[in-house]
Design a protein around this ligand. Structure first.
Ligand SMILES: [Zn+2]
Length: 481
């Protein structure tokens, strides 16, 4: 499997640090406002990447952070604007009863999870909140001070970029360029204009924490270094984000993490999703091109259709969306949903016959994998899906499909469109797909021979795939998890 690496600007073979396991960190949402569709394109890319890695048999550990403190641009710092304060004001204007920044964060975290679930994301293994990890950040800042990679000026601590020769390698910046491009030095505390804050003291900020440097708050970049290394170790396989995260955020993460641990690379594959345009313009509230997932759901698009639109172009390609993109996605999902229903019908009807779709299924999966292994070539992979759907529909039209071959086709359809792409709606009232039924059968056999350990293991495996099996007097009963 080959993936593009922003650091080397090349498509490289994925070679896990630990065989069979992939450690992924996704930069998550800032939770003082609603993310727009463009942010969700980046998150959906991260979810699809995880799903595909799991489909390819990797055990994935996925962490996505929630930025509830520290996300300030230089402009915000200078203007003394606290984004949480803005969030608080905005929510109150909308009549939401919030009294402090933690409630603002709670509100937007809840909203984020609702949108994420509507888009059928798998749960990351953890969603750490920055405010729960301030002691971890303080320890990391202390390590950087001890190593001479950071310096303190009163209640502020800055990272000293001149001590890290690789600074700028991810984004293609050099310290000279940054210095030349810097505005009149507005912060006389900094030794170099590219130095960035690890810890800030500013009494105007709403959230304040105790630290060895007095009460203050952490910089934005340090949270991702602290939380990624806490949960995934000092080196990660993959780190994702939007293209706007490359500089300065990810550049700073590399500098902090590698200087603190002495290990390089901090991340083997840096992967960044391009931003999208809406009607040829950047997403902006003033231009009327700012849409949230909730806006699209309210316009009547299903989560599956929205997801289709978000994952169906290559993550490194800039896409121009209009509402028509979502109409097209809706039609594509409806076609696949229709095929799913037809196959479920034949599969459940017990039709015998010699016709087999096995070779068609195998060929489709093989071609699909070849495209996806090539830096997630979704356009090619979707071409395979739609060609497969046409061929299976044709066989169904001919009336020559047996239940067994319908089961094989169902498994392929579900593997590609649900397990990997996540945009196939579940058929209401239908039982689990064939691969889950197969697991259920093995579990019944394990129970019959009183192998409770194996039976429990299979129940957990079934649950991990989204189904719950209950044992009743009439036999196993299935429910969606
Ligand atoms: Zn981050």
């Amino acid at each position: 499997m080959r993936l593009h690496n922003t650091y080397t600007k090349a498509v490289e073979e994925l070679a896990p640090i630990e065989p069979g396991r992939i450690r992924v960190y996704n930069c998550g949402p800032t939770v003082y406002d609603s993310p727009h569709v463009g942010n969700f394109r980046t998150f959906a890319f991260g979810d699809m990447l995880r799903r595909y890695l799991e489909y390819r048999g990797f055990q994935v550990a996925q962490i996505m952070n929630l930025t509830d403190v520290g996300h300030l641009t230089q402009d915000h710092v200078e203007a003394g604007v606290d984004k949480m304060e803005e969030g608080l004001r905005r929510l109150r204007e909308q009549g939401v009863n919030v009294s402090n920044p933690y409630e603002v964060a709670d509100y937007f975290i809840k909203e984020f999870h609702e949108a994420r679930r509507a888009l059928n994301f798998r749960d990351a293994h953890r969603f750490p909140r920055a405010t729960d990890h301030v002691p971890d950040m303080i320890r990391l800042i202390q390590a950087l001070l001890e190593k001479g990679a950071a310096y303190r000026v009163g209640g502020n601590v800055y990272y000293d970029v001149t001590k890290f020769p690789a600074y700028g390698r991810l984004s293609g910046n050099t310290l000279e360029q940054i210095k030349a491009g810097a505005r009149i030095e507005i912060n006389p505390e900094k030794r170099h204009p590219a130095d960035f804050a690890l810890w800030k003291t500013d009494p105007r900020h709403l959230m304040q924490f105790d630290s060895p440097w007095g009460r203050g708050f952490p910089g934005w970049h340090i949270e991702c270094s602290a939380m990624s290394m806490k949960y995934l170790g000092e080196q990660l396989d993959i780190h994702t984000g939007g293209e706007d995260n490359i500089f300065p955020h990810h550049e700073c993460e590399i500098a902090q993490s590698e200087a603190a641990t002495g290990k390089a690379p901090f991340v083997k594959h840096w992967m960044h999703a391009r931003h999208l345009l809406w009607d040829g313009k950047k997403m902006s509230k003033s231009e009327g091109t700012f849409f949230t997932i909730e806006d699209l759901l309210r316009k009547g698009y299903s989560g599956h259709a929205i997801r289709y639109a978000l994952v169906s172009t290559h993550y490194r390609q800039q896409v121009n969306y209009t509402l028509k993109s979502f109409d097209d996605a809706k039609a594509a999902v409806a076609r696949l949903d229709e095929l799913n229903r037809r196959l479920q019908g034949v599969y459940g009807a017990g039709v015998s016959g010699s016709e087999t779709l096995q070779s068609l299924c195998e060929a489709a999966e093989k071609k699909f994998v070849a495209f996806m292994d090539d830096d997630l070539n979704v356009s090619g992979a979707l071409g395979v899906v739609h060609e497969f759907a046409r061929d299976v529909n044709k066989a169904l039209d001919d009336g020559s499909v047996s239940s067994a071959s319908a089961g094989a086709a169902l498994k392929t359809l579900v593997d590609l469109c649900d397990s990997v792409f996540g945009f196939l709606p579940p058929v209401a009232g239908s039982g689990p797909p064939p691969d889950i039924l197969e697991l259920g059968r093995s579990r019944q056999e394990a129970r019959a021979r009183r192998d409770w350990k194996e039976s429990d293991r299979l129940r957990d495996e079934i649950r991990a795939k989204g189904w719950i099996v209950e044992d009743t007097k009439e036999g196993p009963k299935w429910k969606r998890g």
